[in-house]
Structure formats: structure tokens, C-alpha cells
Design a protein around this ligand. Sequence first.
Ligand code: ARG
Length: 275
Amino acid sequence: MPRHITINRRFALTAASVFAALAIAGCGKQEPASAPSAAGAPAAPAPARVLVVGTDAAYTPFESQNDRGEIVGFDIEVVKAVAQKAGFEVKFVNTPWEGIFNSLDQGDRDLLVSAITITDERRQTMDFSQPYFDARQLIAVRNDAPIAKFEDIKTLKVGVQNGTTGDEVVGKLLGKSNTAIKRFESTPLALKELEAGGVQAVVADNGVVVHYLANNTAGGFKTVSDTSFPVEKYGIAVKKGNAELLARINQGLEAIRADGTYAKIYASYFGSESK
Ligand code: ARG
């Protein structure tokens, strides 16, 4: 292939990315812009809007705030890499879990990355990207607790983050309205309460529980896994119907898997990639 053809193709791709980003940006609260074809591009396009990403940044190592107040973590790096490939800009905004899905629906956030498990129920009200991470629930208890499986926590006070999949599985076992379930605004708060003795078990995503206990200076806690917990898949969420942005995100995810970027990010947080 002659060289200039490669260059022209690259230019065409870049131009297409810019137009797509503009089209996506137009899909906020304003009227949804139909995607302009590359041929009929506007003469003087306004700069693409930076897409606002909501994340509950209290979920190390997926998302947290560092000493300088910057939002960092595995999810953050994945979305930054996706955005780069897909040709849009992102800004992360700390968004409490309680209102996170609502913020998407209201158009205050363009996308969400927050270790969000794709569930059928959530699919009713938002759209998800292809899965980008596998997780499972994991139980944390005191070292000396006679707990070997999920059933064994039936008689304990159990801490969960309100409205999470952990909350859901525990609700199924103990009964949703059982007062032994203590619901917290954040997972770290639930784990602090475990240390303080206010609850005797916490059920949350494995990555977060493992990370917390490994960094817990006091120690004295163990994890208990249970095969009855289903495999959960994390997805990036967009407002229901924002097919354009979703397609860009999926393209970006595919691209970072294909060129090894995903594996690199994964390895830097979790060791060598398993799949
Ligand atoms: N994966 C769980 C869920 O989707 C918990 C996610 C909590 N994420 C967070 N950043 N606090 O329900």
C-alpha cells in the first residue's frame, strides 16, 4: 500500500472520531443530534463537550480519591483508555452511590463507571457496555467466627452497602426487611462497622473486600467465599437509549483489549490477567 493512502485513512478515521464525539456530546439534555455523515460535516464545529463520568469514589481499588483529591483506580484507567481510543474527553465526578443511577437518568452524568454489576433489573432503566470485569460477592468476618459458608451468617448482624448486589444476596438469605441487615451509604463504612463490632459480617464485591483486609492494619479478619454467589459482570452505564455513546464505549473497550492496554491496566491492579 502506498504511504499516502495510510495517512489519508488515518485522517478519515480521526475526522470520523471527532464527528462521532460531537454527535455524542449533542446527546445530553439538548435535542439528540443525528449523527452527521463524514461528508456532510458542519463547517465550524464547536469543541466537543467533555463527557461527565459519575463514580462513587469509595471503592478501592476500582475508584477512590487520593490525597490530592483526584479520582483514581482501575475503573478510572479503563474509562480514560476507552475514551482515548473512542475519541472523546472525560471528566470524573464523585457521585454517591445512593443517587448515582438517578444522576444518569437526569442527564447530570453522561456515563457511570463504579464497579456496577450488570443486572436484569438495572437493564430496565439504563444501558450497559460489554462487561469489562468479573466479580463475585465475598464475606468478611472475624478470624475466629465459626463461618464457613454463606448460610452460616444467617444469625449474624450483616453490613452491606445499600442498594448493591451484596445487599441483594443478603436480602435473599435473611429476608429483605430483616433488621439484622445493616445498610450503609458506602462499603468502607460497612467495613469500619465490622472492625468496631457493630456488625459481625460484611458482604461486598471480592476485589474491594480483599483489598480492604490486606490494608487493614489491625488485622483479625478473614474472607469466606461461597459458590452459590453468582459471577457478576461490571459494565459501564449510559442513559437508556444513548446508543451512540454506548457504541463508542464498546469500540473503545474492544480496542483496549486488542492492543494490550486492558491487560496492562489489569496487571497493574490485580497481577497477571486471568482472561
Ligand atoms: N458491584 C456492586 C453493585 O453493582 C457494588 C458496586 C458498588 N460500587 C461503588 N463504587 N460503590 O451493586
